[in-house]
Design a protein around this ligand. Structure first.
Ligand code: 13P
Length: 287
């Protein structure tokens, strides 16, 4: 069932668990995430970055594929299709394409401009029944081979953005996208606690879910995180399983070259990763 992310995240915040956002890249990825959510009776958010949207021939193709798949696979758990780290322009494109949720990432703008653009998009999204995520304090990650450390958001700025009526708020707490470097200092629970104290009921979002140890994930949930984004970890498990298939020479045996067979181990590996995360986040049985 395609829904906005608003209700599922309110429930998660009240129930002290988190809903996973799993980024999708193609049909197999989407099917793996949707079927696992259904099997575990868990709500789920499908994340779509601008790059992944372009790869899949545009946001409309993605939205139409997800809607058709929900119908043909009879997926009854709540599913949101969400733009990940959207620009102002991409937010409008996804609203038009039929997404049920958007993220406007204005974290690189001066706070006044982030506020003005977020407010406009909150009004538009809510008028059309979509949920919206905003971001304060940019989340680091690898760019041109250099890993930038994650920023810590200013809790007062988080409060200002939360008060605009967004449905979920991503605050930088030392988290970064991709693999964490050896010298990573861990999440700043001090920042998270300060943000949560000022923003109250607002569901908080933890980006960069790949590679954060289980105890830190649980502590983050206890301090108000209700949505956790995972992307790289599914990519790593998909690619490792595909490599094992090829290295074992299975593509050279019988009809092992059939793409449906080649992609199967990677598909199963994504399902296993999504299951592990849903169990860790506590969303199993919460649909
Ligand atoms: P990872 O790739 O580190 O899991 O981060 C995903 C993410 O935060 C998407 O917005």
């Amino acid at each position: 069932m395609l829904v906005s992310a608003a209700e599922m995240l309110k429930k998660a915040k009240a129930g002290h668990y988190a809903v996973g956002q799993f980024n999708i890249n193609n049909l197999e990825w989407t099917k793996a995430v949707l079927t696992t959510a259904q099997e575990l009776n868990s709500p789920v958010i499908l994340g779509v970055s601008a790059g992944a949207g372009k790869y899949m021939c545009g946001f409309k193709v993605v939205a139409d594929m997800v809607k058709a798949m929900i119908e043909s696979l009879n997926i009854t758990v709540p599913v949101a299709i969400h733009l990940d780290h959207g620009t102002y322009e991409d937010c409008y494109k996804c609203i038009k394409a039929g997404f049920s949720s958007i993220m406007f990432d204005g974290s690189h703008y001066p706070i006044e401009e982030n506020i003005a653009k977020t407010q406009e998009l909150v009004n538009v999204a809510h008028a059309l029944g979509l949920s919206i995520e905003a971001e304060v304090g940019s989340i680091g990650g690898e760019e041109d081979g250099v890993v930038g450390m994650g920023e810590c958001a200013d809790p007062e700025e988080c409060k200002k953005i939360a008060d605009l009526g967004v449905d979920m708020l991503a605050a930088g707490i030392g988290n970064i996208h991709g693999k964490y470097p050896e010298n990573w200092k861990g999440l700043s629970f001090e920042t998270l606690d300060a943000v949560q104290q000022l923003t109250g009921e607002m569901p908080l979002v933890l980006h960069g879910g790949t590679g954060i140890p289980a105890d830190m994930i649980q502590k983050a949930i206890s301090l108000g995180v209700s949505k956790i984004n995972v992307n790289t970890e599914c990519q790593l498990s998909f690619t490792a399983a595909t490599r094992a298939y090829i290295e074992a020479g299975k593509d050279l045996t019988g009809k092992g070259f059939d793409p449906r067979k080649v992609l199967l181990p990677g598909y199963e590996a994504i399902k296993a990763t999504v299951k592990e995360k849903m169990e860790l986040f506590g969303s199993v049985g919460k649909a």
